[in-house]
Design a binder for this molecule. Structure first.
Ligand code: HEC
Ligand code: HEC
Length: 380
């Protein structure tokens, strides 16, 4: 629908004068709640904000092995980094897919270098393993994720149905419980709530009722200094509500740039998606927010591979990153390999990538047009 609306008011694109004057106001995106929260919701938001920044200690259940001790250390100002997760995998001889034999990594694919409680052995990439690929995975920004949580399943399904027409093969990451994965770089989890419990455990080794067991670790420990489950459901809820109530950073202008459409960016970075009418947070229900994603997995080819298979998502597949608050990000793509938006775009191309036609179109633009498109994307 938006395409039709947009085409109806399309303006000629042959000159850079069509770029609106950009005043980058550098508004701090952190801790900005969505508009119209009730007093009760604001209390929940503020309580969650404190927990999001809280440094967890051994007395709170930190350990045995962990990566960082607060959510904010990897999502500072609700954005990306500076903390990141180190991933490791043994590659097959082709250099981009996972080898069948992963026995060199008995504790899994995630490095957890910090030790607490009774742990003494850091969980780090082993030395002397052939074909070991070690990558960084940066925490994506978390602002605006309530809108992503609220997107109507039917809209994502409709986009999946249109893939063949677009010459693309994006697909839903359908999870075991039949829900649609939408969080994580490979869309491996379907709700902010479930992701929050997963992050507490996976990143901070804080167990909760839905994730009660400590992860396998080199010292074989099954608990930390706080016996049993470390936090309750209410704590998970308060942090997850904080994330859900975060606004999308204010944008100076939003009209979709014609070049964003003609270069095929909008085929994957679909400008708006409708949210469910019955989403439990009424302020997020029945809207059409600008998220610039289709929430589908796309194959970006062998050069982008991180060698990791997650659920049904392959080594080369990634969820279309929502282009939200880009001007606040220190780097781009799941592993931060791009320092500029232009580099990020060029990295979409390569053998086996679904985005090749789009990147060809980008490269075919005149210098002035490229400038216009980059200025637009950088302002989102
Ligand atoms: C050690 C760094 C680190 C810490 C600590 C951390 N995260 Fe993350 N976060 C990440 C990474 C990396 C990803 C991408 C994970 C993936 O693809 O599986 C992520 C993804 C997310 C996402 C999904 C965003 C999206 O749109 O895909 C949410 C929500 C999130 N984190 C919330 C939290 C919360 C809440 C906490 C604290 C309980 C937390 N994170 C702690 C690194 C971290
Ligand atoms: C075939 C689908 C597809 C097309 C076409 C596409 N993208 Fe992407 N884009 C993705 C995926 C998937 C990612 C996430 C990659 C990752 O996580 O490493 C991404 C990531 C990005 C990022 C990095 C965002 C971040 O948070 O780091 C930018 C910027 C971006 N795309 C811009 C564009 C622009 C501009 C175009 C058009 C020239 C475009 N993309 C075309 C699928 C696509």
């Amino acid at each position: 629908m938006w395409v039709l609306l947009f085409l109806a008011c399309q303006t000629p694109v042959d000159s850079d004068t069509s770029t609106p004057d950009l005043v980058l106001i550098g508004l701090d995106p952190s801790d900005a709640p969505i508009e119209g929260l009730t007093a009760e919701q604001m209390d929940q938001f503020n309580a969650g904000d404190i927990r999001f920044e809280q440094v967890f200690r051994e007395s709170n259940g930190l350990g045995p092995n962990y990566i960082r001790h607060s959510c904010a250390s990897c999502h500072t100002d609700d954005g990306r980094g500076p903390g990141a997760v180190t991933k490791m995998v043994v590659l097959a001889d082709n250099g981009f897919s996972a080898a069948e034999d992963q026995s060199a990594l008995p504790w899994g694919f995630t490095s957890r270098p910090q030790v607490a409680a009774d742990a003494v052995t850091p969980l780090v990439p082993p030395e002397g393993v052939d074909n070991l690929l070690v990558t960084q995975r940066f925490g994506p920004p978390v602002f605006g994720r309530g809108y992503v949580d609220a997107v109507d399943d039917a809209a994502i399904e409709a986009l999946e149905d249109q893939q063949a027409e677009l010459g693309l093969s994006g697909r839903i990451h359908r999870l075991e419980d039949d829900s649609i994965g939408r969080f994580g770089v490979k869309a491996r989890i379907s709700t902010v709530q479930a992701f929050t419990a997963d992050a507490f455990l996976g990143d901070m080794s804080i167990t909760s009722p839905t994730r009660p067991d400590e992860l396998p670790n080199p010292d074989g420990l099954t608990d930390d200094l706080l016996a049993g489950v470390d936090i309750d459901d209410e704590m998970v809820q308060v942090v997850s509500d904080y994330v859900r109530f975060l606004a999308i950073p204010t944008r100076e202008f939003i009209d979709v740039d014609p070049l964003f459409v003609s270069a095929g960016c909008a085929d994957c970075h679909v400008p708006t998606l409708p949210t469910r009418d019955d989403y439990p947070v009424p302020q997020l229900a029945g809207l059409d927010p600008y998220l610039f994603t289709d929430l589908l997995l796309h194959d970006l080819g062998q050069a982008m591979s991180d060698g990791l298979v997650e659920g049904d998502a392959s080594e080369t597949e990634f969820k279309t990153a929502p282009l939200i608050g880009l001007r606040f990000l220190p780097n781009f793509l799941h592993d931060g390999r791009a320092e500029t938006v232009e580099e990020a775009i060029l990295h979409h191309a390569g053998p086996g990538s679904e985005a090749n036609a789009s990147i060809d179109a980008f490269e075919g633009l005149s210098v002035a047009e490229r400038d216009q498109l980059l200025t637009y994307v950088e302002s989102l």
